[in-house]
Unconditional design. Sequence first.
Length: 361
Amino acid sequence: MSEEEQLGEIRKRIDALDEQIQDLLNQRAEAAMEVARIKLAADPNAVFYRPEREAEVLRRVKERNRGPLGDEEVARLFREIMSACLALERPLKVAYLGPEGTFTQAVALKHFGHSVSAVSMTSIPDVFQEVETEVADYGVVPVENSSEGVINHTLDMFLSSPLKICGEVSLRIHHNLLGRPQALEGIRTVFSHQQSLAQCRGWLDRHLPFVERVAVGSNAEAARLAAETEHTAAIAGDMAAELYGLETLESNIEDEADNTTRFLVIGRRGTQPSGSDKTSLLVSTRNESGGLYHLLQPLAGHGISMTRIESRPSRRGNWDYVFFIDLLGHRDDPEVAKALGELRDMAGMYKELGSYPQSAL
């Protein structure tokens, strides 16, 4: 058999497989619509998006994957299938910290898929308000970076907001130097968000030591300015480059190769256990010696692993602080529930921010 005949046979097989895949996709969509009909018959205000269900599905997708496609690529494809099927049931509206072209938008689409209505907001409080007032179903906000620490605006919002944490997404942040076609020697100004400038400080010191660094509201805004201004460049990601028609002058200029930002998904409802969860708390200690030590003892006593603790001013008085705590497990897990019950009795203030599927990254 000639090469052309061999290729022809393979192409026929690919066409047949494509037809089967398309048929199965439509069968899945019909099943999703049947779920919607059953739910709406029982409750006109039925909830269709179930974070724990999606987390379980994607976990199984990765576990049964045998390649040659990688786990993350297969999970991404299934995420888009679920997003499209959910849109047939009831399209989701997701607010994110904008403008368009930011990493937060990329996270919203990574977590919910491209079939949602993603709406750009100008500030973190605006994202919270959009969800609190039920204009949006969910919101996506950054909470911490592996090299630059926490985003205080996000933590502070939980002091007064009734919203729950419904999920988390960790995104590897790759910063690119974007601009019009030009040599590095022609750049006079670099625009970027202050955190991105900090995350690329070493590279800038080595390669553009005498170039002015101007902090702006977002990397997408930086890309817009670079597109409009000669002898400038921006530090931003691939989405911003595509949106504003810029070229990548240098790739992956972040100082830390594993530079990662964690984002939170916020909503109005709690999330059921998924089998691999985190719980976030907001607590304060009583005004006594060793208060924090005693407050954390129930976690140790019940074998609960604490993954993060962060202090913030309580806004109730000078030198009064609250603590944000992340721990492994769901609030409904028996040992976690016992530990939280003891901790609640000991705390000066106690607020559960949510239990949610933990990010795979």
